[in-house]
Design a protein around this ligand. Structure first.
Ligand code: FE
Length: 252
């Protein structure tokens, strides 16, 4: 899929980068938020998408204007290329406090390690050249230390693994009911519990959201799809709620 501009005004721009995933690797989306010429890259991905994503990013902003790299959680499709991004830019990375010591196993050089900032469990407000981005807690959706970004200018909620869809061929959801089949399996097994989904739904209903942009698969656009998505998750049984039949000794 080619690069797609999701929002643009005189001082602000949101771009979904070209899809550089291939073969057997899980499809993953890389997003960029630009405000007053300064940028944040979200969930940049692993080694095989690194060079493509870097080249594409360079067509949007100079790498010296990349202020932040955001890691929603610790999975390899998000942080595996952390060292490369920190070596080639002056950006500050943001990662859950829970995963700070784990990310070092991906070969992060001691020289750049001090540019990874630990995000506390409560999340935070982050200033990108005057734009106040919200880093929202989304723990156990799916990772134990997990965050989402809400951009109040474009009204995009970058939802990380929440909203992930696998197997569809489109990048924007047209029919929500039809789309459920591509989201359901992932959410039932990877999302930890219905309780955390309810807490999340209560939190994000307070936001004015136009687009939900997940890290895998298609985006949900417009208030109707956004509301249907939140309502669906608000009532979903998943993760530990449906483990009763799985916890038994395997048959010989
Ligand atoms: Fe993940």
């Amino acid at each position: 899929m080619p690069t797609q501009v999701l929002f643009e005004n005189a001082e602000h721009k949101n771009v979904l980068l070209e899809d550089f995933t291939s073969g057997q690797m899980v499809q993953a989306n890389q997003h960029v938020i630009v405000h007053q010429g300064k940028a944040m890259l979200l969930d940049p991905g692993g080694h095989k998408v690194y060079s493509g994503a870097l080249a594409e990013l360079s067509t949007i902003v100079s790498t010296s204007d990349l202020d932040y790299v955001f890691f929603s959680h610790q999975d390899p499709d998000i942080i595996a290329a952390a060292n490369g991004w920190l070596m080639i830019t002056e950006a500050q990375a943001l990662l859950s406090n829970l995963w700070m010591r784990f990310i070092m196993h991906f070969g992060v050089d001691e020289m750049v390690a001090d540019r990874i900032q630990a995000v506390p469990d409560d999340g935070m407000v982050l200033d990108l050249a005057g734009c106040q981005l919200l880093i929202l807690p989304a723990h156990f959706l799916h990772s134990a230390g997990n965050f989402q970004i809400y951009d109040p200018v474009s009204k995009i909620l970058y939802s990380g693994d929440l909203g992930a869809s696998l197997g569809q061929t489109y990048t924007t959801v047209q029919n929500f009911d039809d789309h459920l089949q591509y989201m359901e399996g992932f959410h039932r097994r990877y999302i930890a519990s219905g309780k955390t989904l309810k807490l999340w739904a209560k939190m994000v209903r307070q936001l004015d959201i136009e687009i939900i942009a997940p890290q895998h698969g298609a985006m949900l656009m417009g208030k109707e799809h956004v509301t249907r998505f939140i309502d669906w998750l608000d009532g979903l049984s998943c993760g530990i709620d449906i483990m009763d039949d799985v916890y038994k000794l395997p048959a010989a």
